[in-house]
Design a protein around this ligand. Structure first.
Ligand SMILES: NC(=O)c1ccc[n+]([C@@H]2O[C@H](COP(=O)([O-])OP(=O)(O)OC[C@H]3O[C@@H](n4cnc5c(N)ncnc54)[C@H](O)[C@@H]3O)[C@@H](O)[C@H]2O)c1
Length: 348
C-alpha cells in the first residue's frame, strides 16, 4: 500500500517514514526542506540498509501549495500501478512566535497547503487522510486531563490554522459522508528520538522546545537551560506538560491507518499524548541521570501564555485505535541523549 507522507523529512515525519517502511508500506515523501535537512532520507535508508530491509522510499522535493506537482505525484502513482491510498499530512509551519509575526504566511502554507492537498486527493478519489493537529488548539486551560471534547480556543495564529484545517475537514466530510476517512491527531509534545540514534530532532536555530534545548545544553552547544517559573501551582513549582516518545507517536499513526482501513467512512479527532504530566524539574533530574552530567539552569519569570499543567486524556486513542504509549520518561531522555551525543550538530 502506497502512502504519501507530506513533511516526511521533518522531525515527526522521519520517524513515521521509518516505521511505515519497516511495516512494508511503500512511502512517497513530499517535503520542501524549509525546516529539515536533505540528509534525513539518507539516514532513514542507511538505518534500513543496516537491518537488511527491502524498502520502497521515494523522496520528492516540492511544496504542498504546488497543485501541478501534487497532481503529478498522484498521477505517477497510478501509472506505477500503485495508487496512493492514504495521505499522512505533516507538512506545515509550526513556530508559534513566527506565526505571530508572519500570520499570513502561516495561513498560506498551513491552510492553503492543506486545501490544495485535499482538493487533489478529491480529484484522484483518494479519501483517506491522517492529519497532524496539535494540543495547542485547546488554548489556555488548567482543566486536566484534556479530552477531545474540550472547547477549542487557540491563542495564536499557528493554533488557529490547525483549527481552520480541522473545520475544513469537517465540512468536507459532511459533503461526502460515504467516502471520506479522516483522522485528525492532536499531538501533545512529541520528544525523544529513534533508539538507533540515527534519526532525531534537529531544529534550525535556537530550539524553542524544552527537549532539544536541554539536549543541546548537555552536549555543550548552549550554556544553560531557562526554566520559566518555579512558583506554579504544581508539586515542585515548575510547569507540567505531557511529553510523548516520538516512537509511541509514530506507532499511533500506523494504528490510525489501520483504523481508517477498517472503516467505510469516518471523521475523528484523537489526542496523542502520554496521558502523564512531567514537570521541568523532573525532566532535568531524569536528563542528569541519563547523561551522567549536571544540567545548569536558571529560573526566569513566567512567560505569558503558559499554564501550570497541561496533559492529555488518551482514552479515545486507546478505545478507537487500540493504541497505548509504552515508553517511559527515562526512555525518552535516554533516546534524546543517544541521538544528540552521536550527532552533536544534528544532521550537519
Ligand atoms: N513537534 C511538535 O511539537 C508538534 C506538536 C503538534 C503538532 N505538530 C505538527 O506536526 C507536523 C510535523 O511537525 P514536526 O515537529 O515534524 O515539524 P518539522 O518542521 O520538523 O516538519 C515539518 C516538515 O514540513 C516541511 N514543510 C514545511 N512547509 C512545507 C511546504 N509548504 N511544503 C512541503 N513541505 C513543507 C518542512 O521542511 C519539514 O520537513 C507539523 O504540521 C506540526 O504543526 C508538531
Amino acid at each position: 500500500m502506497r502512502v504519501l507522507l507530506t513533511g516526511g523529512a521533518g522531525f515527526i515525519g522521519s520517524h513515521i517514514a521509518l516505521l511505515l517502511l519497516q511495516k512494508g508500506y511503500d512511502v512517497v515523501i513530499l517535503d520542501s526542506f524549509v525546516n529539515s535537512s536533505s540528509k534525513v532520507t539518507k539516514a532513514i535508508s542507511n538505518y534500513l540498509l543496516t537491518k537488511s530491509f527491502n524498502f520502497n522510499l521515494n523522496t520528492i522535493t516540492g511544496d504542498i501549495r504546488d497543485k501541478n506537482l501534487l497532481e503529478k505525484i498522484f498521477n505517477d502513482s497510478i501509472i506505477d500501478n500503485k495508487p496512493i491510498q492514504t495521505v499522512i499530512h505533516l507538512a506545515g509551519l509550526k513556530s508559534v512566535s513566527e506565526s505571530l509575526t508572519n500570520p499570513l504566511h502561516y495561513w498560506d502554507v498551513n491552510v492553503c497547503g492543506a486545501k490544495n492537498l485535499i482538493a487533489t486527493m478529491n480529484e484522484y478519489k483518494c479519501y483517506s487522510i491522517v492529519f497532524s493537529s496539535s494540543a495547542t488548539i485547546y488554548g489556555l486551560t488548567d482543566s486536566v486531563p484534556i479530552d477531545e471534547n474540550h472547547q477549542l480556543s487557540p491563542i495564536n495564529p499557528y493554533g488557529r490554522t490547525k483549527v481552520a484545517i480541522e473545520n475544513m475537514f469537517c465540512d468536507l466530510y459532511k459533503s461526502n459522508m460515504n467516502s471520506w476517512k479522516i483522522c485528525s491527531l492532536r499531538y501533545f509534545n512529541p520528544v525523544g528520538a529513534h533508539p538507533s540514534g540515527m534519526i532525531g530532532e534537529d531544529p534550525i536555530g535556537i530550539p524553542s522546545n524544552l527537549f532539544p534545548y536541554i539536549s543541546q545544553v548537555a552536549v555543550g552547544r548552549r550554556d544553560s537551560l531557562k526554566v520559566f517559573g518555579d512558583d506554579w501551582d504544581t508539586d515542585d513549582g515548575s510547569g507540567v506538560r505531557d511529553y510523548i516518545h516520538i516512537m509511541d507517536l509514530s506507532e499511533g499513526h500506523i494504528k490510525a491507518i489501520d483504523f481508517l482501513n477498517s472503516k467505510e467512512s469516518c471523521f475523528e479527532f484523537i489526542n496523542l499524548g502520554s496521558g502523564n504530566g512531567y514537570s521541568v524539574f523532573q525532566i532535568i533530574n531524569q536528563f542528569e541521570l541519563s547523561t551522567g552530567m549536571k544540567i545548569p539552569f536558571s529560573i526566569q519569570k513566567r512567560r505569558d501564555g503558559d499554564v501550570a499543567k497541561c496533559f492529555a486524556d488518551i482514552k479515545k486513542a486507546k478505545k478507537l485505535l487500540g493504541w497505548v504509549p509504552k515508553r517511559s520518561l527515562e526512555q525518552i531522555c535516554n533516546d534524546s541523549w543517544n541521538w544528540q551525543r552521536r550527532n552533536p550538530h544534528g544532521y550537519k
